[in-house]
Design a protein around this ligand. Structure first.
Ligand SMILES: CC(C)(COP(=O)(O)OP(=O)(O)OC[C@H]1O[C@@H](n2cnc3c(N)ncnc32)[C@H](O)[C@@H]1OP(=O)(O)O)[C@@H](O)C(=O)NCCC(=O)NCCS
Length: 171
């Protein structure tokens, strides 16, 4: 696809973002299951299993989880976590269905999710990203996230850089 076609896809009017509710359990489970292999290398706050999905959809919590739907079908998940543990600065995370990456969904869903944090009066949003995740890092840089620190962590049998970034509400 050309970049024009990609951005058109990302601006489709049929892309809808909502908070995850009980009724989303099965759809979220399917989204997790079909992305477990492809996405887990870069997105690993929890395993992408049906039981994680059910926990997210069914358990009451303060942490916020969101689903993006393209033409009514689950296309991505995002989250603002940390409220349950008492933090006022949540940790952001997102993944887009591997078949739908690169079409602008991640950018739009990230912007919308961060907007939810501002609506909840969070003073800032933080995130962590692996150093070799060029696409995510370039998106976060572009949205104004500033690198706070980086450290070496273990991923499988590798040592890899993990970068912590932060976006202030009134930056
Ligand atoms: C990272 C992710 C959420 C981005 O969502 P996406 O829908 O694929 O990305 P978009 O199409 O919205 O592109 C976002 C930006 O990524 C960058 N980008 C896109 N393709 C890229 C590529 N091949 N290489 C480097 N950067 C790229 C661009 O800056 C792009 O912005 P643009 O609008 O200027 O083109 C998605 O790829 C994903 O889910 N990856 C796996 C899980 C993951 O890494 N999550 C983040 C963990 S911190």
């Amino acid at each position: 696809l050309t970049s024009k076609a990609r951005s058109r896809t990302g601006h489709r009017a049929d892309l809808a973002f909502t908070a995850i509710v009980r009724q989303d359990a099965d759809e979220l489970s399917d989204l997790f299951e079909r992305n477990a292999d492809s996405v887990s290398r870069t997105f690993d706050p929890f395993p992408l299993t049906r039981s994680s999905a059910r926990r997210i959809a069914l358990q009451p919590r303060s942490d916020a989880f969101y689903i993006a739907r393209l033409s009514g079908s689950a296309a991505a998940m995002s989250m603002l976590r940390g409220f349950d543990e008492g933090y006022d600065v949540p940790s952001f995370g997102v993944f887009v269905d591997s078949a739908l990456q690169g079409y602008g969904i991640g950018r739009r869903f990230t912007i919308w999710t961060i907007e939810q944090a501002w609506i909840m009066n969070c003073p800032a949003v933080r995130l962590s990203v692996y150093g070799d995740n060029a696409r995510a890092r370039s998106l976060y840089n572009d949205l104004g996230f500033i690198e706070l620190e980086s450290s070496l962590v273990r991923r499988g049998s590798d040592q890899i850089e993990k970068v912590v970034m932060k976006l202030e509400r009134h930056a």
